[in-house]
Design a protein around this ligand. Structure first.
Ligand code: FES
Length: 76
């Protein structure tokens, strides 16, 4: 299993990491102001949070909301 993108919008976590680096976005909500992803099934949100936290852009295991919970300051 290789999970490396928001599949609904075909936006790779590597591309989102680049956007985060360039814009300073530190949350899913902040990233969504600069990139199109995560507006359908939202299954990618915990992966994006983990990417923001660790810098990893490819995952080989399931990451759920319980594994990578939304922080209060994410604001949705
Ligand atoms: S995989 Fe990102 S919204 Fe569905």
């Amino acid at each position: 299993m290789r999970i490396d993108r928001c599949y609904c919008f075909d936006t790779t976590f590597a591309a989102l990491a680049d956007v985060a680096h360039k814009t300073g976005a530190e949350t899913v909500a902040a990233l969504q102001a600069h990139a199109v992803f995560g507006q359908r099934c939202r299954l990618c949100h915990p992966y994006v949070r983990r990417m923001l936290r660790t810098g990893r852009t490819v995952f080989h295991q399931v990451v759920t909301e319980a594994d990578e919970p939304e922080r209060v300051e994410d604001g949705g």
